[in-house]
Unconditional design. Structure first.
Length: 520
């Protein structure tokens, strides 16, 4: 991993300095001169103009600008209805291996497209291989669940990588397929490291490739690995400045490392790019990518103690009247930003009063997102002494938990909601003066939360369960036990304001009660 870090640092530094791409001069296309999406060349059997458009579409795809990429692929298909690879691209735009579960509408759109691609066929063995690979995800949906089809796609891309070892795109898409099947509970990060190794192998030939930088960030977006992704994080926004997601994605690493000013800059630029895109393509609508950036912005402002700036984000969230797509990331931001603002500031009464907003959003599709609001309501009510309101929030969370339990596609939201149920239960116990039960409940929440990794959609938990446990331990006079709990939070989330302050308070309390045992 150290060698990987050195390679990343060196190659990205050369890229940003404008170094040439060895062995690829003259045939790698810079995706559209009027915009900057990175350097991509995905060769297909097509004329020069179609190839240029296809490269742009793939560049957008690598930055998860799915809607814009699909429009480009559809434009190619309209001009050349016999281009099977254009329909491959449409199918790829409706499969989101690490971003969010495919909706039924997206699945049907992708299935129709790959069905056309299969009928048309590829004009080369390589093109046929790409079409066959993504077909494994869409076909047999009546017999295989999403996780099985995602695994089949990974296996198909592994075969593509082996058959065409010099095909950079096969390597990059294979790495992404691996990340799509990474376990949220595997703390050895076997798949993530494998993906990073593959991406690092092509990096010297493609320092300006958006997918390489982007997927390296996803591969290393974990507490013990994040520092290795810092060169990629600082390069990606400069590689593809026209892609809102490329402006935002570096903040995943900045957040992991507690680099709040860099996170704020990253997300301000992402929000700006998102607004500019909507002004051109869908005036009057808010891009869900902007909402995603706003959540990270609010989190960073709160860690710096900039409450007024964070309140501005809350107000902006409440002012949104329409989103371009009602995605899971929009749902998360709508729920998380107000909840985060109240909970991080320990404004318990305000947290207890939160509503599920906006009312026009289809919350019935996102039970786990509504659970964020109910978590804030429950914790806020319990911590401000309104036990009946806290129990009402917990009852609603039980209903939401049942709605997400057993869902196999994507992230294990059921476990996340279960963590939050235990948190609310812990503070209810505390409010009822059953402190030992409260400690047990919060400790179980912390242990469960530690066993799973956060979803990439969030900069972090509304309040880390172990931080809440430490807060309760301090309240009941167990500062010595609170200290290692705070330290554990700060190890995985450097720079968290509340844990830093809580740790100092615990040390002061311990020193006051037993000067000889105070940490030095």
């Amino acid at each position: 991993m150290k060698r990987t870090f050195l390679a990343l640092s060196t190659v990205f530094a050369l890229s940003l300095a404008g170094a040439p791409v060895s062995g690829h001069e003259g045939h790698i296309h810079e995706a559209v001169s009027a915009e900057k999406l990175g350097t991509v060349h995905f060769a297909i059997s097509a004329g020069r103009e179609a190839q240029k458009d296809f490269d742009r579409a793939v560049a957008l795809l690598h930055s998860f600008e799915y809607e814009q990429a699909e429009k480009e692929f559809r434009g190619i298909a309209d001009r050349d209805p016999k281009c099977g690879m254009a329909f491959w691209g449409i199918a790829m735009c409706n499969y989101h291996p690490i971003w969010g579960p495919t909706t039924q509408t997206e699945f049907e759109r992708g299935r129709d497209a790959i069905g056309t691609a299969v009928k048309l066929g590829g004009k080369t063995d390589r093109e046929q291989g790409y079409i066959a690979a993504i077909d494994t995800y869409y076909k047999a949906a009546d017999r295989l669940d999403a996780s099985m089809r995602k695994a089949a796609y990974e296996s198909a891309m592994e075969r593509m990588h082996q058959r065409f070892p010099d095909d950079m795109e096969a390597t990059v898409f294979y790495a992404l397929s691996i990340l799509g099947n990474a376990s949220a509970t595997d703390k050895t990060y076997v798949k993530q490291k494998k993906a990073a190794e593959l991406l690092n192998s092509v990096l010297p030939q493609a320092p300006n490739h958006p997918g390489v930088a982007h997927y390296l960030i996803h591969s290393l977006d974990y507490p013990g690995l994040a520092a290795l992704a810092l060169p990629a994080a600082r390069a990606y926004s400069k590689i593809a400045p026209s892609a809102p997601h490329a402006q935002h994605m570096p903040s995943h690493i900045f957040t992991r490392l507690g680099l709040w000013d860099e996170s704020i800059h990253s997300n301000l630029e992402a929000a700006k790019a998102a607004r500019e895109l909507m002004a051109r393509t869908l005036p009057g609508s808010t891009y869900f990518e902007e909402l995603h950036a706003m959540d990270y912005l609010a989190y960073a402002y709160l860690q710096l103690g900039k409450g007024d700036a964070a309140k501005g984000i809350v107000d902006a969230i409440h002012a949104v009247a329409k989103v371009n797509q009602e995605t899971f990331s929009a749902a998360y931001a709508f729920a998380a930003v107000p909840a985060r603002y109240a909970l991080e500031r320990h404004e318990w009464v305000d947290a207890a009063k939160l509503d599920v907003t906006p009312a026009w959003f289809p919350w019935d599709k996102f039970a786990w997102a509504e659970a964020l609001t109910q978590t804030a309501r429950g914790i806020g009510a319990a911590r401000s002494g309104n036990v009946s309101a806290a129990r009402a929030a917990l009852a609603r969370m039980d209903t939401l938990y049942r709605a997400v339990a057993g869902v196999k596609e994507g992230y294990d939201w059921a476990s996340q909601v279960d963590v939050q149920r235990r948190e609310v239960g812990g503070w209810i116990a505390r409010a009822e003066r059953n402190d030992e039960e409260g400690i047990r409940s919060l400790r179980s929440a912390a242990d469960l939360e530690d066993s799973i990794d956060k979803h990439p959609v969030t900069p972090g938990a509304l309040l880390p369960a172990r931080e809440q446990l430490a807060d309760l331990l301090v309240e009941v006079g167990k500062a010595e036990e609170a200290i290692p709990a705070y330290e554990a939070v700060l190890k995985s989330s450097p720079g968290r304001r509340n844990s830093l302050r809580g740790l100092e308070q615990a040390k002061r309390d311990l020193s006051a009660t037993d000067p000889s045992s105070a940490p030095r």
